[in-house]
Ligand binder design. Structure first.
Ligand SMILES: Nc1ncnc2c1ncn2[C@@H]1O[C@H](COP(=O)(O)OP(=O)(O)OP(=O)(O)O)[C@@H](O)[C@H]1O
Length: 290
């Protein structure tokens, strides 16, 4: 982690997305003491002594606020303080975040992410690469990046995947390049992974990413949600529910837990947004490097 105010993270990407960052307003922070804009030390006194009378009280050189006009007052304050007032932002743009959203099957990961995509700008939802054949209705580059098994193995070989797994005979993995490219443009990155994937990512990214665990309000509601979705056979239902029981025990490896209660999807999405907002306001930023 490094500080938004004092650390190396002060040098920000200059390729921030134009939609939500004005590149002209990018702060050009000095390398040291970035928020000490008003040095009230020797500089002040040297400028006053330069005026001829070091013993003269500072207040004598500044017109009364109710008599002087604003620009005159500003100028004399600047003169007395020995430097002009900067209109550069005092707080630099926050570092792009990596947000890992996970939780048991049926908790609503896709539902939360779909809504987040609608309500929040500046997020990039990572598209996973897979060696599984494309299914009817799926779009390459939107649902997944569909690659052959050989291409997938080449991605592994070239260390181009942040994390990958073999799921029911098909490879699935997170392309690093996609994350790098979007972070360089100032986007925050959202990764949707199962609990095992989240555990692997925690080992790789440590505290440099934010880990959010989605939870249902109770076990019964979670099972009902899976039944209502009508996507599972009785066997897969059994496996998913049994796995979910185990998975909720892993909540301690996460930074935040968000309850996606029945009929309260909107509140869950708002809470995820608040987590992102709070993370962006942190003095000590998690600077993820992929
Ligand atoms: N807050 C909610 N209230 C009621 N129903 C919900 C809520 N959130 C999600 N659902 C519904 O629950 C079902 C499961 O949600 P979803 O498919 O998003 O879960 P998931 O965590 O992505 O599951 P999986 O890991 O199996 O893909 C869906 O039918 C979805 O519409």
């Amino acid at each position: 982690m490094s500080s938004r105010f004092f650390g190396a993270s002060l040098s920000r990407s200059s390729t921030l997305h134009p939609k939500f960052h004005n590149p002209n307003s990018l702060p050009n922070f000095p390398k040291s003491k970035p928020i000490q804009s008003f040095p009230l030390t020797p500089r002040l006194f040297s400028s006053i002594s330069g005026m001829g009378d070091a013993r003269r009280p500072i207040s004598d050189t500044i017109p009364a606020p109710d008599k002087a006009d604003r620009s005159e007052l500003l100028r004399s304050l600047e003169f007395s303080l020995g430097s002009s007032f900067s209109s550069e932002p005092l707080v630099p743009n926050p570092s792009p975040l990596i947000i890992v959203i996970s939780g048991p099957s049926g908790v609503g990961k896709d539902a939360v992410i779909k809504r987040l995509r609608e309500v929040r700008e500046g997020l990039h939802f990572v598209v996973t690469a897979t060696s599984r054949p494309i299914r009817p209705g799926e779009v390459d580059g939107k649902d997944y990046y569909f690659v052959s098994k050989e291409e997938f193995l080449a991605l592994i070989e070239r260390n181009e995947l942040l994390e990958y797994a073999l799921v029911y005979g098909d490879y699935k993995g997170i392309p690093k390049r996609q994350i790098r490219d979007f972070m360089a443009k100032g986007y925050d990155i959202v990764l949707r992974v199962d609990i095992q994937g989240a555990e692997t990512l925690r080992k790789i990214l440590g505290n440099s990413a934010v880990f959010v665990f989605l939870m249902a309000e109770d076990e019964l509601k979670l099972v009902e949600r899976l039944i209502n979705r009508k996507t599972e056979t009785k066997e897969s239902l059994m496996v998913r529910v049994a796995t979910a029981r185990e998975e909720v025990k892993h909540v301690n490896n996460f930074d935040y837990v968000v309850v996606n209660a029945e009929g309260k999807l909107e509140s869950a999405v708002k809470l995820v947004e608040s987590i992102i907002d709070a993370e962006k306001a942190k003095v000590w930023q998690r600077n993820a490097v992929v």
